[in-house]
Design a protein around this ligand. Structure first.
Ligand code: ATP
Length: 239
């Protein structure tokens, strides 16, 4: 309903065997917002994304999306409800073409009838992908592969896009291109939850951010507040 955030994560706990990777996570994302989760290696950022998209079953807590708790909903149903995940390292099918990869984002029975129309939409957003549609994905540049991975996620016409370190492992000039892409996704009106280690650049394009350290939210606030926070400046912005 009106005024209620689209995504409300509360008391979330997740881990691997005896290891607790996330502890008592509280986080919200309102419709139309772009929110970042930043933090050092191993803080639990990927684990959080996987717990939201149902790829990892949380041990406690809730992930409410538009008023429904997702913690017992299987991942493919979570996609149908409107959450798409652009995973860390892109996870394209490297030997398939761009178009075949995009098709993988619309394989659900609900999405399949809309395949042609969505493909057209993704190609209109990313003309480069139309040019490359028959190219084998693994032979493209890192930036193009990231564009393909984002396009694949958009094929499900998501309400919320989860992006896990889209700039990771890319050369600086390509990183800039990827951030431009994310900015365009925002301008298209998508609600975005993005994990990034590139704190300086991500704070330039989100509304708010959460700082995750050793599995706990240490701090949160508007991008502007975090950019001027002395502790954040020292630990994450090198100032
Ligand atoms: P990075 O930036 O390196 O991807 P991250 O913040 O995304 O880090 P996670 O990948 O969520 O962190 O990992 C959080 C913690 O959980 C780390 O200590 C990691 O070693 C551990 N971990 C992650 N995946 C597994 C797994 N499959 N089995 C055991 N431990 C894991």
């Amino acid at each position: 309903g009106a005024g209620r955030p689209m995504l409300v994560v509360s008391g979330l706990e997740a881990g691997y065997g005896g290891f607790r990777a996330l502890h008592d996570i509280q986080l919200t994302v309102a419709a139309g917002e772009a929110v970042a989760v930043v933090g050092p290696n191993g803080a639990g950022k990927t684990t959080l994304m996987r717990a939201i998209s149902g790829l990892l079953a949380p041990r406690a807590g809730r992930v409410d999306f538009e008023g429904t708790d997702l913690t017992t909903v299987p991942p493919h149903r979570i996609v149908e409800r409107g959450i798409a995940h652009v995973p860390e390292n892109r996870r394209l099918f490297p030997r398939l073409t761009v178009e075949e990869n995009l098709k993988m984002g619309a394989f659900s029975p609900a999405a399949r009838p809309h395949f042609a129309e969505r493909l057209e939409w993704v190609y209109s957003l990313f003309p480069r992908m139309r040019e490359r549609r028959l190219q084998v994905a693994g032979t493209m540049s890192g930036g193009e592969q990231q564009m393909c991975a984002i396009g694949r996620a958009l094929m499900s016409k998501p309400k919320l896009l989860l992006m896990d370190e889209p700039s990771a492992g890319l050369a600086p000039v390509i990183v800039d291109q990827v951030f431009d892409l994310v900015r365009r996704i925002r301008q298209e009106g998508f609600t975005v939850l993005i994990v990034e280690q590139n704190v300086r650049q991500v704070l330039e394009l989100v509304d708010r951010a959460y700082v995750l350290e050793v599995g706990t939210i240490r701090k949160s606030g508007t991008a502007a507040a975090l950019k001027s926070d002395p502790a954040i400046r020292e630990a994450y912005l090198g100032i």
